[in-house]
Design a binder for this molecule. Structure first.
Ligand SMILES: C[S@@+](CC[C@H](N)C(=O)[O-])C[C@H]1O[C@@H](n2cnc3c(N)ncnc32)[C@H](O)[C@@H]1O
Length: 216
C-alpha cells in the first residue's frame, strides 16, 4: 500500500499514512485499552482510518471472545465497539474513505449489508463519530464547533447518546488542575452535555440514518 497520495498533499496537509506494522506496534503500547470493547479512541488526524480500523478489529476480536455465542449480544456489542471510535479529518475524500473502511470491517464481521438495520445504524453512527473538520481549531468544515456523541449500551438492545462539545471536553483538564480558578467546580458542571437523547434501539438509529433531518 502506498503511504502517500501525492506530493502536493504531503506538502499541503502532511498527508503520509502510517504503515500497518507501525500502527500495530503503537497500539500494542496500549494493548489492553485497544482490546477493550468500550474504551474510547479519538484520532485527531485520522486520514482514511489506518489506526481506527485496527482499533475496531481488535475490539471485534474481544466481542467475538465474549459474545460470539449469542447473535443478539454479538450484534449489540459490535455496534458499541464501533461507537467508541472517533476521528477528525480535514479532507473530505479521506473522511469518506475512513467511514467506508470502518463500515466494511463491521459488515464483514457481522455478515450484513445495507438491508440490515444494524448496517444503517452503524452508517449513521459513523457520520457522527468521524467528522470532517480541523482538529486544531476544533471546528467542523461548516465552521461550527465540533460536537461528539458519547454512546453507551444500556442493555436489552438500547443505546444512550449524549452530545458534548470537543472544545469544552478538552478544556476540562485545565479546569480540574489543582490550584486553578476553576478547580472547585465539580465534574458534573464541566461535563454537561449539549443534548441528551432518549434511549434508542438499532432500529431507531437506522431510521435516523435513513432520515438525516432527524439525526441532529
Ligand atoms: C500524517 S497523515 C496521518 C493519517 C492517519 N492518521 C495515518 O496514520 O495513516 C495526517 C492526516 O491529517 C490530516 N490533517 C492535517 N491537518 C489536520 C487538521 N488540522 N485537522 C484534522 N486533520 C488534519 C491530513 O489531511 C492527513 O490525512
Amino acid at each position: 500500500m502506498s503511504l502517500i497520495k501525492s506530493k502536493k498533499r504531503v506538502a499541503d496537509h502532511g498527508e503520509v499514512f502510517t504503515p500497518e506494522w507501525m500502527v500495530d506496534a503503537m497500539l500494542d503500547l496500549v494493548k489492553e485499552e485497544s482490546e477493550r470493547i468500550d474504551s474510547r479512541f479519538l484520532e485527531p488526524a485520522c486520514g482514511s482510518g489506518n489506526f481506527l480500523v485496527k482499533v475496531l478489529k481488535r475490539k471485534l476480536c474481544a466481542v467475538e471472545l465474549k459474545f460470539g455465542k449469542s447473535e443478539f449480544e454479538k450484534r449489540q456489542y459490535a455496534l458499541l465497539a464501533l461507537m467508541c471510535a472517533y476521528g477528525i479529518e480535514l479532507l473530505e475524500d479521506n473522511i469518506i474513505e475512513c467511514r467506508a473502511n470502518m463500515l466494511e470491517v463491521l459488515a464483514d464481521y457481522l455478515r450484513i449489508d445495507e438491508t440490515d438495520d444494524l448496517y444503517r445504524a452503524a452508517s449513521h453512527v459513523l457520520s457522527l463519530n468521524l467528522i470532517q473538520g480541523d482538529a486544531l481549531s476544533m471546528k467542523g468544515y461548516d465552521g461550527a464547533p465540533i460536537t461528539f456523541s458519547e454512546w453507551g449500551y444500556l442493555g436489552k438492545g438500547k443505546f444512550q447518546r449524549r452530545d458534548f462539545r470537543l472544545d469544552v471536553l478538552t478544556g476540562s483538564s485545565a479546569f480540574s488542575a489543582e490550584g486553578t480558578l476553576f478547580s472547585h467546580l465539580g465534574k458534573h458542571e464541566i461535563f454537561t452535555p449539549t443534548k441528551t437523547y432518549p434511549p434508542m434501539t438499532v432500529r431507531d438509529l437506522a431510521a435516523r440514518g435513513d432520515n438525516p433531518q432527524e439525526a441532529a
